[in-house]
Design a protein around this ligand. Sequence first.
Ligand code: BDR
Ligand code: CA
Length: 316
Amino acid sequence: MKKIILDLDTGIDDTLAIAYALGSGEAELVGITGTYGNVTVDQGVRNALAVAELFGHPEVPVYRGVDHPLTRDTFTVSAGSAFIHGNNGIGEIDIPDANREPESEPAVDFIIDAVKTYGKELTYIPTGALTNIATALRRAPEIRNLFGSIVLMGGALTVPGNVNAWTEANISQDPEAADYLFRSGVRSTMIGLDVTMQTLLTRRQTQRWRDLDTPAGRFLADMTDYYIHAYETTAPNLGGCGLHDPLAVAAALDPTIVATLPINLKVDLDGATRGRTIGDYDRLADPFKTTNVAIAVNASRFLDDFMHRVTAVAEQ
Ligand code: BDR
Ligand code: CA
């Protein structure tokens, strides 16, 4: 069975990614590692512990990750993130804290150990800042070629960003970490806004979870409606919210859900375009391509599958 690690800044779509993973019988969630972005690391870890319990999986270990970008000492949640995900990251919905603490092993150590233990069986899925994986690769370069795969949510190659015209939120949190990963020689798949903005969830679908009248179903519906409200405010013509992070999990479990373009990427680190994911001119002709960028998605197949898996979790 495929082993997966989710590396999350546990906000709303990260929580949907947890639900999707837990509803996926073909994968074992061996750990959640916490990063920052939508929320601080501590709030994200707290959310991950709480939702794993609510979804009936208190056995999933949760690890605290690096709490700030590579080139700064601190991290502060932006007003934009708080507006989209709520101050607590889960749409201001109040759910009980879990009856347990995060693991004492730091996330980066866990990632290094897990790669050495599971090797090609392991898929690592980061859906927030890329600081943990960049730190792990720097600290233990011997793990570079051991991964099964790395499938990340972040970036935008053919469409504008969502922080500004150039930059997507996860890459913008730590551009140096993302650039390190893309230019490290490690293979990865990028699930960016190019495809995630084609997978939209509507209030009609969240109502199906509410109608189940279970604690998990009500929570998922209310939390996701908060997210949809943010999209309705900023992009009224869209008609739903982007399922960014769950799509990365789906593509990790079934790569045929997306079509990809092999390319060597880098991240702009200076000036107005800081945080932009762009083809690396210096490695354009290199026959060895390290990143597969998703450029098309079977949105209706993904949405059916997403509803099927998450509803199974909401039913309990
Ligand atoms: C990404 O940014 C975060 O706000 C979301 O959780 C998602 O991972 C979308 O740009
Ligand atoms: Ca995220």
